[in-house]
Design a protein around this ligand. Structure first.
Ligand code: ADP
Length: 257
C-alpha cells in the first residue's frame, strides 16, 4: 500500500496543536480542568483513560463542535479559540475527524461522500476531487465500492470510507474518536490495519482516542493517560504500557488489558 501518494509530507518538527489552560464545564461538572498539552507536527498521540475522563471532549474542542469556557487553543500557529469566525473556518480546514458512528451521507454514493466536501468547501474541480477519492479508496482497500451506497457496506467498510472522506480534505491533523468501538469484533482489524498504514506511510499528525491498547502501542509516539479531565501521566508507549509510574495508570491498564 502506498499511503504517501495521496497525502502531503509534512515537516516532523514544530508544534502543531497547543491547548493552554483549557477548562470545559457542562453545568456544574468540570470535564477539563486547566488542561495544557501540545502535539508536534507528524506525531501520533493516543489518549487513553477511563470513560468520562474528557478524551472525546478534547477532540470535539479541536473540531469546534464545542467551545472551552476558558483557555486558548492554537493549531498550526493560528488561534482556533478564541478567534474570529473567518479564522476558525480556515483553521478547521486543517483538521479532519473520524467518529465512532461513521456519519456518512446515506443518500450519496461512496464516491460522492468523499468528493462532496473537497468540491463544496475547498472549491476543487469535480474531476480532481474524484481522482483524489479514487486514490484514497485504493488506500483503504475499497476501489470496488465507488458507486455503492453506504448502507450496502459493512460497518468496517463504512468506517474505511469515513477515513477516506476525512483524508480527502488533506488535513494536517486527523482526529480519531474510538473509531472501532461500534464495529463487530471481526471488522476491527481491517480498520486498524488501514490506520496503521496511514500512520506509517504518511506524516499526518494523529490524535487518537482508543480502547485498542495493542493499536495504541503500535502507532503512538506518545500516550497520554487521562483521569478526571487531567493528564495523569504521559510518555512513549513502551513506558506507559510497560512501566507506568502512576498507580492510576496501572489500575486502568490492569482493568483493560
Ligand atoms: P471520554 O471520551 O473520556 O469518555 P467525554 O469527553 O466523552 O469522556 O466526557 C467527559 C464528561 O463530560 C462525561 O462525564 C460526559 O458525561 C460529560 N459530557 C460530555 N458531553 C456532554 C454534553 N454535551 N453535555 C453534558 N455533559 C457532557
Amino acid at each position: 500500500m502506498s499511503a504517501d501518494i495521496t497525502l502531503p509530507k509534512q515537516t516532523r518538527s514544530g508544534e502543531l496543536i497547543r491547548l493552554e489552560r483549557v477548562t470545559k464545564r457542562f453545568g456544574a461538572h468540570t470535564v477539563l480542568d486547566q488542561l495544557d498539552f501540545s502535539v508536534d507536527a507528524g506525531r501520533h498521540v493516543t489518549l487513553i483513560g477511563p470513560s468520562g475522563s474528557g478524551k472525546t471532549t478534547i477532540l470535539r474542542l479541536l473540531m469546534t463542535l464545542t467551545q472551552p469556557d476558558e483557555g486558548t487553543i492554537t493549531v498550526d500557529g493560528q488561534a482556533l479559540f478564541p478567534a474570529p469566525e473567518k479564522q476558525v473556518r480556515e483553521v478547521r480546514k486543517k483538521i479532519g475527524m473520524v467518529f465512532q458512528h461513521f456519519n456518512l451521507f446515506p443518500n450519496m454514493s461512496v464516491l460522492r461522500n468523499i468528493t462532496e466536501a473537497p468540491v463544496q468547501v475547498l472549491g476543487l474541480a469535480r474531476d480532481e476531487a474524484e481522482a483524489r477519492a479514487r486514490e484514497l479508496l485504493e488506500l483503504v482497500g475499497l476501489s470496488d465500492k465507488l458507486d455503492a451506497r453506504p448502507t450496502r457496506l459493512s460497518g468496517g467498510q463504512q468506517q474505511r470510507v469515513a477515513i477516506a472522506r476525512a483524508l480527502a480534505m488533506r488535513p494536517r491533523v486527523l482526529l480519531l474518536d474510538e473509531v472501532t468501538s461500534a464495529l463487530d469484533p471481526e471488522l476491527v482489524a481491517g480498520v486498524l490495519d488501514v490506520l496503521r498504514d496511514i500512520a506509517r506511510g504518511t506524516d499526518i499528525t494523529m490524535l487518537c482516542v482508543t480502547h485498542e491498547m495493542g493499536f495504541a502501542r503500535d502507532i503512538s509516539d506518545q500516550v497520554l493517560m487521562f483521569d478526571q479531565g487531567r493528564v495523569v501521566e504521559s510518555g512513549p508507549p513502551e513506558k506507559i504500557f510497560g512501566d507506568p509510574e502512576q498507580e492510576r495508570t496501572r489500575d486502568f491498564l490492569s482493568a483493560v488489558l
